[in-house]
Design a protein around this ligand. Structure first.
Ligand SMILES: [Ca+2]
Ligand SMILES: [Ca+2]
Length: 389
């Protein structure tokens, strides 16, 4: 049946609308429902973050560039690829099989698994000095994970965050700030103040000791179990001091993991609600930190981290919800006003201490596991000067 011209003309915008809606859906899907990574994506996302990958089992890696395709020798490692017939080890991901999974997934015990699809969740990091996935927390045959332990890791810290920031593309200044505000305020899960304890034990875990967290200012590695309010404990430091805007600890800015960090109880009290600036005398209990009556200077290794946390808060909280509009200014002695300084110093710290692996990893964990939003200034530190001059 011929389609009247007018009807055809109308159907095109409808198709475009549907396509845009589909794109929006793809971009805004929460991490918990994100699709698994391909092997190629996993190879280019060796960030140390957790991720879920689907690929075909092709063999057993025994060295950096050696994979056995038959006559398997053990149950401790798998090579997976996007193609069942892949023979190039550069296109494979090496998957560690820890004890719990060996009887089900090891190729010595299960040689017939070759060619089957595997979905695995674990840490995207080198194995056999080769692109890998270690410490699996879920493994299943097929293309869908049967368990979803804590997270899937899409997007990761580099190119795949482009989709997350798509609505900010090409923008600068106030329009960039507005676009980022919408992006990082959409689909957010808010934690309870009590929930922050356990989250910090994950986001701030010592990379060298999984029983400990790293304390922000002091840099000390301390047992996760010493969370509390006594001398020698660590507690929840609000890097944007909660009295600046007086937002308290109900679910909102007072529980936002992007600026909450473990710190020694006494050091936290010493920082108090001071603004950030250089100078003062050495801070007791926190080597490399300085303080005077109205300001705090963190150690060099976290100066940029502190700055990017403050810039995040200024963009995340714009007064369009039940919370104050937090802003950065160039003052100290801001008291209970919803301001935090000093802007000129924080901008300098952002430049001199660029994002490191620890900071990027916690941003990813907060995104994938807890709040489902990101700190844009960790992904794009150059946006600080675009927005804050
Ligand atoms: Ca740093
Ligand atoms: Ca603001």
């Amino acid at each position: 049946m011929p389609v009247p011209k007018r009807a055809l003309a109308l159907s095109i915008p409808a198709a475009v609308t549907a396509f845009v809606a589909l794109l929006f859906t793809l971009v805004s899907v929460p991490a918990s429902a994100a699709a698994a990574l391909t092997v190629a994506q996993a190879i280019s996302s060796q960030t140390g973050a957790s991720g879920t990958v689907t690929g075909y089992i092709v063999g057993e890696p025994t060295a950096t560039s050696t994979v056995r395709f038959s006559d398997f020798t053990g149950d401790t490692a798998l090579a997976i690829a996007d193609s069942k017939s892949e023979t190039s080890t550069t296109k494979m991901l090496y998957v560690q099989i820890t004890a719990a999974y060996r009887s089900s997934f090891g190729l010595l015990s299960n040689p017939s698994l070759v060619g089957k699809a595997l979905t695995v969740t674990g840490t995207l990091t080198a194995y056999f000095s080769h692109a890998g996935l270690k410490s699996p927390t879920a493994m299943s045959l097929g293309t869908t994970a049967t368990t979803s332990p804590t997270t899937t890791a899409t997007p990761t810290a580099t190119s795949s965050t482009d989709a997350y920031y798509a609505a900010a593309a090409g923008k600068s200044g106030a329009s960039l700030k507005a676009a980022l505000h919408t992006i990082i305020s959409t689909g957010v899960t808010k934690l309870s103040y009590d929930g922050v304890w356990n989250a910090l034990k994950v986001t701030d875990q010592d990379p060298s000791n999984s029983s400990n967290v790293i304390l922000l200012y002091s840099g000390i590695s301390r047992s996760k179990s010493l969370n509390g309010g006594d001398s020698g404990d660590w507690n929840r430091e609000h890097v944007w001091a909660k009295s600046h805007g007086d937002f308290g600890t109900s679910a909102g800015p007072g529980t936002d993991l992007h600026h909450l960090r473990p710190e020694d109880v006494a050091v936290n009290a010493l920082r108090d609600n001071k603004d950030f600036d250089t100078g003062g005398s050495a801070a007791t209990g926190a080597p490399g930190n300085y303080t005077d009556s109205d300001s705090w200077e963190p150690r060099n290794a976290v100066k940029g981290d502190v700055a990017r946390m403050i810039f995040y808060m200024a963009v995340r909280y714009q007064g369009d919800d039940s919370w104050p509009d937090l802003e950065v200014n160039d003052s100290v002695n801001n008291g209970s006003n919803p301001y935090l300084g000093r802007l000129s110093v924080l901008k300098q710290w952002n430049t001199q201490d660029p994002p490191d692996a620890f900071e990027k990893n916690r941003n990813q964990i907060i995104y994938s596991t807890y709040q489902h939003n990101r700190n844009p200034f960790i992904d794009h530190p150059e946006w600080v000067s675009s927005i804050f001059g």
